[in-house]
Structures are given as structure tokens and as C-alpha cells.
Design a protein around this ligand. Structure first.
Ligand code: GEK
Length: 241
């Protein structure tokens, strides 16, 4: 896996961010250097799957990217212990995921699907994982997707969910963004890389407040909702049906 240097040289204009082949090639480096506590999130989610998954139900990873959760699950659970569906709309991202599933020898238990998570069928779900993907769905479609997930979960099933969020208070929002850029600088990104990436993500990644997420989760039927990890503007939830 290559190093992310996509925004190292100046680009004018900066094109809107896309999950294309260039991104797929460096995605793992990019996400580890851009999402605080990413490894911790994936490791603990794999352990939560291990704890909550019931026989006869499936794990869905919606917006699976290169399959880091699938790989972590393979490390935590023996072959045949789980059935998983991994969905992503980007063919180059899913190609990396497919290769990793084959390398792990788990192609019989993990089904990769190239498609839009708004349209894919979800059935008999014990666990649904949506990490940093709802933020790329148009806001007007987020309720319907969350409702579909709620309906597809069996009673006692869980939604594991992570997002980059925003704070409604300007001073706290500035503080969160400031520490996020500090984190990126500590991981070797230059000011130019940080500002070009921010421009590329404008209107592509649309964050919401933690309260907006809670209201949607409740509206769609979840009543047992917990933030299990929070780092400035990054947030991970567990919701039990
Ligand atoms: C991880 N969960 O490593 N349908 C399907 N996939 C989509 C859609 C859509 N409508 N929109 C975007 N994607 C992963 C990280 S990355 C987050 C998820 C990030 C896909 C897109 O192709 C990309 O692979 C993923 O959602 C978002 O834990 O890079 O910030």
C-alpha cells in the first residue's frame, strides 16, 4: 500500500474528492493518518461483532472501502463463524477489498458487493457497520438509509457507526478543527496538503452535529444509543435494537 501524496503538489483548481484508483492505492495510509484512533475503532468494533453476533444473522459493512473491518473480523473470528456482506460503490476500492478477502482465505464467508448502500438490500442483519460513510450520502437520503438499517436489524442486533461531526458552537467548532489539523500535521501532512484536501471535500463530505445524529437515530427507532468513543470532531456510536 502506497503513501498518500495526492495533495502534495499544488492543484488549481482542486477537483472534488473522489474514491478513484489513485485514492484506492493509498487509502490505508490516508485513513490512518487522517482519522484519529482509526485502528482502535476497527479493533473494538471487531470485538463488538464477536460479542453481539447471533447465529443465523449477517454482518453488513456499508462503505467498506478496502476491507479493514473484514480483515479485523477474520483475525478475531474463526472461518465459518460469521457471514458478512461488504458494500462499496467505488470499483477500485472494492477491488482492493476483494483481493484482501481472497488473501485471507475467507471468500466463502464474505460477499463483496459493488453498489450504492442506499439501494442494496439488507436482510437478517445481526450487525450493521457504517464507518465514515453516512457523511458522503446526501443529507436528504440519510433518514431513509438509517430507517432501512433499523428495519433490517434483528431484535438485539447492533448498529456500529462512526462519523466526522461538527460542533454548533463556533468556538468549540474552531477548537475541534484546530486539533484535527494538528493531528494531520503530526502525521506528516503539510499545510498545502491539509488545505487542498479540505477544499476537495467541500460539499462532498457533509458533517452533522452529534445532536442531529442522535435525533435521526431516535426518529428511526433506536432507543439504546451510546457514544463509545469521541475525539474532538470524531465520534463512534453503538446502537442496540
Ligand atoms: C473504513 N468504512 O475503512 N454507496 C456505497 N459506498 C459509498 C457510497 C454509497 N452511496 N458513498 C460513498 N461510499 C471504511 C471507510 S470511506 C471514509 C469508509 C473516508 C464509499 C466510498 O467509496 C468509500 O470507500 C467509503 O464509502 C467512505 O472503516 O474515506 O473518509
Amino acid at each position: 500500500m502506497g503513501k498518500d501524496t495526492i495533495y502534495r503538489a499544488p492543484r488549481t483548481p482542486v477537483p472534488p474528492f473522489e474514491f478513484d484508483a489513485e485514492v484506492a492505492d493509498v487509502f490505508d495510509d490516508m485513513i490512518h493518518r487522517s482519522v484519529p484512533m482509526y485502528s482502535e475503532i476497527i479493533r473494538r468494533q471487531a470485538q463488538l461483532v464477536q460479542r453481539f453476533l447471533r447465529p443465523g444473522t449477517r454482518v453488513y459493512d456499508l462503505g467498506c472501502s478496502t476491507g479493514n473491518l473484514a480483515v479485523a473480523l477474520c483475525a478475531h473470528l474463526p472461518a465459518g463463524a460469521f457471514e458478512m456482506v461488504a458494500v462499496d460503490s467505488s470499483p477500485p476500492m472494492l477491488d482492493v477489498c476483494k483481493r484482501r478477502i481472497v488473501d485471507a482465505g475467507r471468500s466463502t464467508s464474505i460477499t463483496p458487493i459493488c453498489g450504492d448502500i442506499r439501494r442494496v438490500k439488507i436482510e437478517q442483519a445481526g450487525v450493521v457497520v457504517v464507518n465514515f460513510t453516512l457523511q458522503f450520502i446526501p443529507p436528504e437520503d440519510r433518514d431513509a438509509l438509517t430507517q432501512k438499517i433499523y428495519e433490517a436489524l434483528v431484535p438485539g442486533g447492533i448498529l456500529l457507526f462512526s462519523e466526522k461531526t461538527m460542533h454548533p458552537n463556533q468556538a468549540l467548532s474552531d477548537l475541534q478543527v484546530d486539533f484535527f489539523y494538528r493531528f494531520k500535521r503530526e502525521n506528516g501532512y503539510s499545510e498545502l496538503e491539509i488545505s487542498q484536501k479540505r477544499e476537495a471535500l467541500e460539499n462532498v463530505l457533509v458533517p452533522e452535529t452529534v445532536e442531529t445524529h442522535h435525533e435521526r437515530l431516535r426518529r428511526c427507532g433506536f432507543s439504546r444509543i451510546n457514544v463509545w468513543l469521541k475525539w474532538f470532531n470524531f465520534c463512534s456510536w453503538i446502537c442496540i435494537k
